[in-house]
Design a protein around this ligand. Structure first.
Ligand SMILES: Cc1cc2nc3c(=O)[nH]c(=O)nc-3n(C[C@H](O)[C@H](O)[C@H](O)COP(=O)(O)OP(=O)(O)OC[C@H]3O[C@@H](n4cnc5c(N)ncnc54)[C@H](O)[C@@H]3O)c2cc1C
Length: 371
Protein backbone atom coordinates (compact mmCIF):
# COMPACT_ATOMS: atom_id res chain seq x y z
CA UNK A 1 0.00 0.00 0.00
CA UNK A 2 1.19 3.49 -0.86
CA UNK A 3 0.23 5.98 1.84
CA UNK A 4 -0.97 9.38 0.66
CA UNK A 5 -1.73 12.41 2.82
CA UNK A 6 -3.70 15.29 1.27
CA UNK A 7 -3.63 18.66 3.03
CA UNK A 8 -6.78 20.68 2.38
CA UNK A 9 -10.38 19.63 1.83
CA UNK A 10 -11.79 22.32 -0.42
CA UNK A 11 -13.09 21.29 -3.83
CA UNK A 12 -9.56 20.48 -5.03
CA UNK A 13 -8.47 18.24 -2.13
CA UNK A 14 -11.86 16.51 -1.99
CA UNK A 15 -11.88 15.76 -5.74
CA UNK A 16 -8.33 14.40 -5.58
CA UNK A 17 -9.27 12.22 -2.58
CA UNK A 18 -12.29 10.81 -4.39
CA UNK A 19 -10.49 10.10 -7.67
CA UNK A 20 -7.51 8.51 -5.86
CA UNK A 21 -9.88 6.41 -3.74
CA UNK A 22 -10.71 4.40 -6.87
CA UNK A 23 -7.17 2.96 -6.65
CA UNK A 24 -7.19 0.14 -4.05
CA UNK A 25 -3.40 0.31 -3.71
CA UNK A 26 -3.56 3.71 -2.05
CA UNK A 27 -4.28 4.42 1.60
CA UNK A 28 -5.46 8.02 1.80
CA UNK A 29 -5.84 10.49 4.64
CA UNK A 30 -7.16 14.04 4.14
CA UNK A 31 -6.33 16.71 6.71
CA UNK A 32 -8.12 20.02 7.06
CA UNK A 33 -7.70 22.63 9.68
CA UNK A 34 -9.82 23.05 12.72
CA UNK A 35 -11.65 26.30 13.29
CA UNK A 36 -10.83 28.00 16.59
CA UNK A 37 -11.05 26.82 19.30
CA UNK A 38 -8.91 23.89 18.18
CA UNK A 39 -11.23 21.16 19.44
CA UNK A 40 -13.95 22.34 17.10
CA UNK A 41 -14.25 20.29 13.90
CA UNK A 42 -14.55 22.31 10.74
CA UNK A 43 -16.84 20.89 8.05
CA UNK A 44 -15.46 20.72 4.48
CA UNK A 45 -15.64 23.57 1.95
CA UNK A 46 -15.24 26.46 4.35
CA UNK A 47 -12.51 28.48 2.65
CA UNK A 48 -12.49 29.64 -0.99
CA UNK A 49 -14.77 26.79 -2.08
CA UNK A 50 -17.43 27.90 0.42
CA UNK A 51 -17.67 31.28 -1.34
CA UNK A 52 -17.63 30.08 -4.95
CA UNK A 53 -20.53 30.46 -7.39
CA UNK A 54 -19.65 27.20 -9.14
CA UNK A 55 -19.84 28.59 -12.67
CA UNK A 56 -17.99 26.25 -15.05
CA UNK A 57 -16.87 28.49 -17.92
CA UNK A 58 -15.37 25.87 -20.18
CA UNK A 59 -16.41 26.06 -23.82
CA UNK A 60 -17.23 29.77 -23.54
CA UNK A 61 -13.75 30.60 -22.22
CA UNK A 62 -11.51 32.08 -24.89
CA UNK A 63 -8.73 29.55 -24.35
CA UNK A 64 -6.87 28.39 -27.43
CA UNK A 65 -7.47 24.73 -28.43
CA UNK A 66 -3.81 23.71 -27.96
CA UNK A 67 -3.20 25.54 -24.67
CA UNK A 68 -2.80 23.94 -21.23
CA UNK A 69 -5.67 26.13 -19.99
CA UNK A 70 -8.00 24.63 -22.59
CA UNK A 71 -6.78 21.04 -22.08
CA UNK A 72 -7.58 21.33 -18.36
CA UNK A 73 -10.98 22.89 -19.02
CA UNK A 74 -11.91 20.26 -21.57
CA UNK A 75 -10.83 17.40 -19.27
CA UNK A 76 -12.89 18.88 -16.42
CA UNK A 77 -16.01 19.48 -18.50
CA UNK A 78 -15.90 15.91 -19.77
CA UNK A 79 -15.35 14.45 -16.31
CA UNK A 80 -18.13 16.55 -14.75
CA UNK A 81 -20.70 14.94 -17.04
CA UNK A 82 -19.89 11.50 -15.60
CA UNK A 83 -18.78 12.55 -12.11
CA UNK A 84 -22.10 14.11 -11.03
CA UNK A 85 -24.32 11.07 -11.87
CA UNK A 86 -21.62 8.73 -10.49
CA UNK A 87 -21.52 10.54 -7.12
CA UNK A 88 -25.31 10.76 -6.96
CA UNK A 89 -25.63 7.02 -7.63
CA UNK A 90 -23.01 6.11 -5.03
CA UNK A 91 -24.22 8.36 -2.22
CA UNK A 92 -27.91 8.92 -2.94
CA UNK A 93 -27.27 12.68 -2.55
CA UNK A 94 -28.56 15.18 -5.10
CA UNK A 95 -26.02 17.68 -6.40
CA UNK A 96 -27.50 20.87 -7.87
CA UNK A 97 -26.00 20.93 -11.39
CA UNK A 98 -27.38 23.45 -13.87
CA UNK A 99 -27.43 21.94 -17.36
CA UNK A 100 -29.06 24.97 -19.02
CA UNK A 101 -25.78 26.46 -20.20
CA UNK A 102 -24.31 29.95 -19.96
CA UNK A 103 -25.58 33.09 -21.68
CA UNK A 104 -22.90 35.74 -22.14
CA UNK A 105 -24.15 39.24 -22.87
CA UNK A 106 -22.08 41.45 -25.20
CA UNK A 107 -22.05 45.21 -24.74
CA UNK A 108 -18.86 46.06 -26.60
CA UNK A 109 -18.90 46.34 -30.43
CA UNK A 110 -15.21 45.38 -30.64
CA UNK A 111 -15.99 42.04 -29.01
CA UNK A 112 -18.49 40.92 -31.62
CA UNK A 113 -16.03 39.91 -34.39
CA UNK A 114 -13.88 38.18 -31.73
CA UNK A 115 -16.85 36.18 -30.52
CA UNK A 116 -17.87 35.24 -34.03
CA UNK A 117 -14.33 33.96 -34.57
CA UNK A 118 -14.48 31.95 -31.31
CA UNK A 119 -17.79 30.43 -32.29
CA UNK A 120 -16.06 29.22 -35.47
CA UNK A 121 -13.00 27.93 -33.53
CA UNK A 122 -15.21 25.92 -31.22
CA UNK A 123 -17.24 24.64 -34.19
CA UNK A 124 -14.06 23.22 -35.73
CA UNK A 125 -13.45 21.48 -32.37
CA UNK A 126 -16.93 19.94 -32.60
CA UNK A 127 -18.25 22.20 -29.79
CA UNK A 128 -21.32 24.39 -29.78
CA UNK A 129 -21.54 28.15 -29.22
CA UNK A 130 -24.40 30.17 -30.66
CA UNK A 131 -24.51 33.86 -31.54
CA UNK A 132 -27.86 35.41 -30.52
CA UNK A 133 -29.05 38.61 -32.16
CA UNK A 134 -30.97 41.16 -30.10
CA UNK A 135 -34.24 39.77 -31.48
CA UNK A 136 -33.24 36.22 -30.51
CA UNK A 137 -32.33 37.40 -26.97
CA UNK A 138 -35.71 39.21 -26.70
CA UNK A 139 -37.58 36.15 -27.79
CA UNK A 140 -35.76 33.59 -25.66
CA UNK A 141 -34.96 35.68 -22.58
CA UNK A 142 -37.55 38.46 -22.20
CA UNK A 143 -36.11 39.11 -18.72
CA UNK A 144 -32.96 40.61 -20.30
CA UNK A 145 -32.91 44.34 -21.05
CA UNK A 146 -31.73 44.75 -24.63
CA UNK A 147 -31.14 48.50 -24.49
CA UNK A 148 -27.34 48.85 -24.75
CA UNK A 149 -26.96 45.17 -25.60
CA UNK A 150 -25.37 44.22 -28.94
CA UNK A 151 -26.03 40.49 -28.86
CA UNK A 152 -25.15 37.44 -26.80
CA UNK A 153 -23.26 34.17 -26.97
CA UNK A 154 -25.09 31.09 -25.76
CA UNK A 155 -23.06 28.08 -24.66
CA UNK A 156 -25.50 25.18 -24.14
CA UNK A 157 -22.91 22.70 -22.84
CA UNK A 158 -21.30 24.80 -20.10
CA UNK A 159 -22.52 24.15 -16.57
CA UNK A 160 -22.82 25.40 -12.98
CA UNK A 161 -22.61 23.30 -9.83
CA UNK A 162 -23.18 23.92 -6.12
CA UNK A 163 -19.56 23.79 -4.86
CA UNK A 164 -20.33 23.10 -1.18
CA UNK A 165 -22.78 20.25 -1.84
CA UNK A 166 -20.40 18.80 -4.41
CA UNK A 167 -17.47 18.89 -1.94
CA UNK A 168 -19.57 17.30 0.81
CA UNK A 169 -20.71 14.57 -1.59
CA UNK A 170 -17.14 13.91 -2.71
CA UNK A 171 -16.16 13.51 0.96
CA UNK A 172 -19.01 11.10 1.53
CA UNK A 173 -18.20 9.01 -1.56
CA UNK A 174 -14.48 8.97 -0.73
CA UNK A 175 -15.24 7.94 2.86
CA UNK A 176 -17.34 5.05 1.52
CA UNK A 177 -14.28 4.04 -0.54
CA UNK A 178 -12.05 3.98 2.55
CA UNK A 179 -10.52 7.48 2.67
CA UNK A 180 -10.03 8.87 6.18
CA UNK A 181 -10.83 12.55 6.78
CA UNK A 182 -9.62 14.60 9.75
CA UNK A 183 -11.34 17.97 10.00
CA UNK A 184 -9.56 18.79 13.24
CA UNK A 185 -5.97 18.71 11.97
CA UNK A 186 -4.18 21.97 11.24
CA UNK A 187 -0.76 21.33 9.74
CA UNK A 188 1.64 23.39 11.85
CA UNK A 189 5.05 22.12 10.77
CA UNK A 190 6.82 19.76 8.39
CA UNK A 191 9.78 17.47 9.04
CA UNK A 192 12.09 17.13 6.04
CA UNK A 193 15.18 15.00 5.37
CA UNK A 194 18.64 16.47 4.75
CA UNK A 195 19.13 14.29 1.64
CA UNK A 196 18.85 15.44 -1.99
CA UNK A 197 16.32 15.30 -3.52
CA UNK A 198 14.67 16.23 -0.28
CA UNK A 199 11.93 14.11 1.20
CA UNK A 200 9.06 15.19 3.38
CA UNK A 201 9.09 12.77 6.34
CA UNK A 202 5.98 13.75 8.26
CA UNK A 203 3.54 16.56 8.95
CA UNK A 204 3.16 18.01 12.43
CA UNK A 205 -0.45 18.84 13.16
CA UNK A 206 -2.60 19.96 16.06
CA UNK A 207 -3.63 16.31 16.52
CA UNK A 208 -0.25 14.61 16.07
CA UNK A 209 2.16 13.57 13.33
CA UNK A 210 1.20 12.10 9.94
CA UNK A 211 3.76 10.29 7.80
CA UNK A 212 3.19 9.07 4.23
CA UNK A 213 4.90 8.06 1.01
CA UNK A 214 3.37 10.96 -0.91
CA UNK A 215 2.03 14.31 0.33
CA UNK A 216 -0.34 16.45 -1.70
CA UNK A 217 -0.71 20.11 -0.80
CA UNK A 218 -4.20 21.24 -1.86
CA UNK A 219 -4.46 23.92 0.79
CA UNK A 220 -5.43 26.93 -1.33
CA UNK A 221 -4.12 30.07 0.35
CA UNK A 222 -2.66 27.90 3.14
CA UNK A 223 -0.25 26.40 0.59
CA UNK A 224 2.13 29.33 0.86
CA UNK A 225 3.06 28.76 4.51
CA UNK A 226 3.30 24.99 3.93
CA UNK A 227 5.76 25.39 1.06
CA UNK A 228 7.69 27.90 3.18
CA UNK A 229 7.99 25.17 5.84
CA UNK A 230 9.45 23.02 3.06
CA UNK A 231 11.97 25.82 2.41
CA UNK A 232 10.52 26.62 -1.00
CA UNK A 233 8.65 29.75 -1.85
CA UNK A 234 5.46 29.31 -3.83
CA UNK A 235 3.57 32.58 -3.68
CA UNK A 236 -0.22 32.31 -3.60
CA UNK A 237 -1.97 35.61 -2.80
CA UNK A 238 -5.62 36.37 -1.98
CA UNK A 239 -8.06 38.09 -4.34
CA UNK A 240 -11.31 38.87 -2.61
CA UNK A 241 -14.75 38.21 -4.06
CA UNK A 242 -18.11 39.34 -2.65
CA UNK A 243 -21.45 37.87 -3.63
CA UNK A 244 -25.17 38.00 -2.80
CA UNK A 245 -27.94 35.43 -2.48
CA UNK A 246 -31.15 37.07 -3.70
CA UNK A 247 -34.83 36.11 -3.57
CA UNK A 248 -37.23 37.40 -6.20
CA UNK A 249 -40.99 37.89 -5.76
CA UNK A 250 -43.09 34.77 -6.47
CA UNK A 251 -44.25 36.10 -9.87
CA UNK A 252 -40.70 36.60 -11.19
CA UNK A 253 -39.16 33.98 -13.46
CA UNK A 254 -35.39 34.07 -13.86
CA UNK A 255 -33.65 32.86 -17.05
CA UNK A 256 -32.59 29.22 -16.63
CA UNK A 257 -28.97 29.51 -17.85
CA UNK A 258 -26.31 31.34 -15.86
CA UNK A 259 -26.35 34.88 -17.27
CA UNK A 260 -23.02 36.64 -17.37
CA UNK A 261 -22.33 40.22 -18.42
CA UNK A 262 -19.48 42.59 -17.62
CA UNK A 263 -17.90 39.79 -15.51
CA UNK A 264 -21.01 39.60 -13.29
CA UNK A 265 -22.77 36.25 -12.95
CA UNK A 266 -26.48 35.79 -12.25
CA UNK A 267 -26.74 32.17 -11.11
CA UNK A 268 -30.28 30.76 -10.76
CA UNK A 269 -30.46 28.38 -7.79
CA UNK A 270 -34.17 27.46 -7.83
CA UNK A 271 -37.30 28.70 -6.02
CA UNK A 272 -36.98 32.18 -7.57
CA UNK A 273 -33.57 32.62 -5.94
CA UNK A 274 -30.20 33.44 -7.44
CA UNK A 275 -26.60 34.11 -6.53
CA UNK A 276 -25.06 37.30 -7.83
CA UNK A 277 -21.36 38.00 -7.98
CA UNK A 278 -18.59 38.27 -7.66
CA UNK A 279 -16.38 41.29 -7.14
CA UNK A 280 -12.66 40.98 -7.92
CA UNK A 281 -10.70 42.90 -5.27
CA UNK A 282 -6.90 42.83 -5.13
CA UNK A 283 -4.81 43.32 -1.97
CA UNK A 284 -3.35 46.75 -1.21
CA UNK A 285 0.40 47.46 -1.02
CA UNK A 286 0.54 46.07 2.51
CA UNK A 287 -1.01 42.81 1.25
CA UNK A 288 -4.32 43.51 3.03
CA UNK A 289 -7.60 42.90 1.24
CA UNK A 290 -10.73 44.36 2.80
CA UNK A 291 -14.21 43.95 1.30
CA UNK A 292 -15.41 47.20 -0.26
CA UNK A 293 -19.19 47.51 0.17
CA UNK A 294 -19.39 49.94 -2.77
CA UNK A 295 -18.00 47.33 -5.17
CA UNK A 296 -20.76 44.91 -4.23
CA UNK A 297 -23.38 47.61 -4.54
CA UNK A 298 -21.86 48.44 -7.96
CA UNK A 299 -22.31 44.94 -9.33
CA UNK A 300 -25.87 44.74 -8.06
CA UNK A 301 -26.72 48.07 -9.76
CA UNK A 302 -25.08 46.95 -13.00
CA UNK A 303 -26.90 43.60 -12.94
CA UNK A 304 -30.24 45.43 -12.56
CA UNK A 305 -29.41 47.39 -15.73
CA UNK A 306 -29.27 44.18 -17.76
CA UNK A 307 -31.78 42.11 -15.75
CA UNK A 308 -34.26 44.68 -14.35
CA UNK A 309 -36.30 42.15 -12.36
CA UNK A 310 -33.40 41.99 -9.85
CA UNK A 311 -34.44 45.44 -8.56
CA UNK A 312 -37.33 43.80 -6.73
CA UNK A 313 -35.13 41.11 -5.13
CA UNK A 314 -34.53 40.76 -1.39
CA UNK A 315 -31.05 39.98 -0.05
CA UNK A 316 -31.06 36.64 1.79
CA UNK A 317 -27.31 36.47 2.37
CA UNK A 318 -24.15 38.38 1.63
CA UNK A 319 -20.71 36.80 1.76
CA UNK A 320 -17.13 37.09 0.67
CA UNK A 321 -14.22 34.74 0.11
CA UNK A 322 -10.59 34.76 -0.96
CA UNK A 323 -9.42 33.24 -4.22
CA UNK A 324 -5.93 31.69 -4.20
CA UNK A 325 -4.01 33.41 -7.00
CA UNK A 326 -0.48 32.24 -7.84
CA UNK A 327 2.18 34.89 -8.36
CA UNK A 328 4.72 34.59 -11.16
CA UNK A 329 3.20 31.47 -12.69
CA UNK A 330 -0.02 30.46 -14.40
CA UNK A 331 -2.99 29.12 -12.46
CA UNK A 332 -3.31 26.38 -11.37
CA UNK A 333 -0.07 24.92 -9.96
CA UNK A 334 -0.05 21.13 -10.41
CA UNK A 335 3.02 18.90 -10.02
CA UNK A 336 5.97 18.08 -7.80
CA UNK A 337 7.34 20.81 -5.56
CA UNK A 338 10.81 21.70 -6.79
CA UNK A 339 13.52 19.70 -5.04
CA UNK A 340 11.09 17.09 -3.63
CA UNK A 341 10.27 13.62 -4.82
CA UNK A 342 7.24 13.12 -2.57
CA UNK A 343 5.46 16.50 -2.31
CA UNK A 344 2.89 17.35 -4.95
CA UNK A 345 1.18 20.72 -5.31
CA UNK A 346 -2.43 21.11 -6.45
CA UNK A 347 -3.11 24.71 -5.66
CA UNK A 348 -3.45 28.30 -6.91
CA UNK A 349 -6.68 27.74 -8.84
CA UNK A 350 -7.62 31.42 -8.54
CA UNK A 351 -11.01 32.04 -10.24
CA UNK A 352 -11.56 28.54 -11.61
CA UNK A 353 -10.97 26.01 -8.87
CA UNK A 354 -14.41 24.46 -9.11
CA UNK A 355 -14.13 24.23 -12.88
CA UNK A 356 -10.61 22.78 -12.79
CA UNK A 357 -10.86 20.40 -9.80
CA UNK A 358 -11.62 17.26 -11.89
CA UNK A 359 -8.77 17.96 -14.34
CA UNK A 360 -6.42 18.65 -11.41
CA UNK A 361 -7.37 15.37 -9.78
CA UNK A 362 -6.85 13.63 -13.14
CA UNK A 363 -3.31 15.05 -13.39
CA UNK A 364 -2.48 14.01 -9.82
CA UNK A 365 -3.80 10.47 -10.46
CA UNK A 366 -1.67 10.29 -13.60
CA UNK A 367 1.48 11.40 -11.73
CA UNK A 368 0.90 8.96 -8.87
CA UNK A 369 0.30 6.05 -11.24
CA UNK A 370 4.03 6.19 -11.98
CA UNK A 371 5.10 6.07 -8.31
C1 LIG B 1 -16.58 34.82 -4.46
C2 LIG B 1 -15.93 33.70 -5.22
C3 LIG B 1 -16.55 33.18 -6.35
C4 LIG B 1 -15.96 32.13 -7.07
N1 LIG B 1 -16.62 31.62 -8.13
C5 LIG B 1 -16.09 30.57 -8.82
C6 LIG B 1 -16.78 30.01 -9.91
O1 LIG B 1 -17.88 30.43 -10.26
N2 LIG B 1 -16.20 28.96 -10.57
C7 LIG B 1 -14.99 28.45 -10.20
O2 LIG B 1 -14.52 27.48 -10.83
N3 LIG B 1 -14.30 28.98 -9.17
C8 LIG B 1 -14.82 30.04 -8.48
N4 LIG B 1 -14.12 30.60 -7.44
C9 LIG B 1 -12.77 30.13 -7.16
C10 LIG B 1 -12.79 28.86 -6.34
O3 LIG B 1 -13.59 29.08 -5.22
C11 LIG B 1 -11.37 28.47 -5.90
O4 LIG B 1 -10.49 28.45 -6.99
C12 LIG B 1 -11.41 27.08 -5.28
O5 LIG B 1 -12.38 27.02 -4.27
C13 LIG B 1 -10.06 26.69 -4.70
O6 LIG B 1 -10.25 25.44 -4.07
P1 LIG B 1 -9.16 24.83 -3.12
O7 LIG B 1 -9.67 23.50 -2.69
O8 LIG B 1 -7.83 24.89 -3.78
O9 LIG B 1 -9.05 25.85 -1.91
P2 LIG B 1 -9.96 26.07 -0.62
O10 LIG B 1 -11.39 25.90 -0.92
O11 LIG B 1 -9.52 27.37 -0.06
O12 LIG B 1 -9.54 24.88 0.33
C14 LIG B 1 -8.27 24.82 0.94
C15 LIG B 1 -8.42 24.06 2.23
O13 LIG B 1 -7.12 23.91 2.83
C16 LIG B 1 -7.26 24.01 4.23
N5 LIG B 1 -5.97 24.38 4.80
C17 LIG B 1 -5.23 25.48 4.51
N6 LIG B 1 -4.11 25.48 5.26
C18 LIG B 1 -4.14 24.39 6.05
C19 LIG B 1 -3.29 23.84 7.07
N7 LIG B 1 -2.15 24.44 7.42
N8 LIG B 1 -3.66 22.70 7.68
C20 LIG B 1 -4.80 22.05 7.33
N9 LIG B 1 -5.66 22.53 6.38
C21 LIG B 1 -5.33 23.67 5.75
C22 LIG B 1 -8.33 25.08 4.40
O14 LIG B 1 -8.96 24.98 5.67
C23 LIG B 1 -9.27 24.80 3.26
O15 LIG B 1 -10.35 23.97 3.63
C24 LIG B 1 -14.70 31.63 -6.67
C25 LIG B 1 -14.08 32.14 -5.54
C26 LIG B 1 -14.68 33.16 -4.82
C27 LIG B 1 -14.01 33.68 -3.58
Amino acid sequence: MVQVVIVGCGIVGATIAYELSQNPELQIIVLDRAATPLEYRQPPAQASTGAALGVLMGIISQKKPKSRAWRLRQASMQRYETLIPELEARTGCQIPYNRHGILKLCFDAEEIPKWKKWIEVRRTQGLKLEWLTIDAVKERYPQIETDGLLGAVYSPDDRQVNPVILTQTLVEAATMAGVMFRFDATVTGIKISDSFPQVCQFLETTVGEFSADQFIIAAGLGSMSLTAALKQSVAVKPVLGQALHLKLPASACLPQPVVTGDDIHIVPVGDGECWLGATVEFPDEAGEVVADEKRLQGIWERSIEFCPMLSSAKILRQWSGLRPRPQGQAAPIIGYLEGYSNVLLATGHYRNGVLLAPATAGEICRILRNV
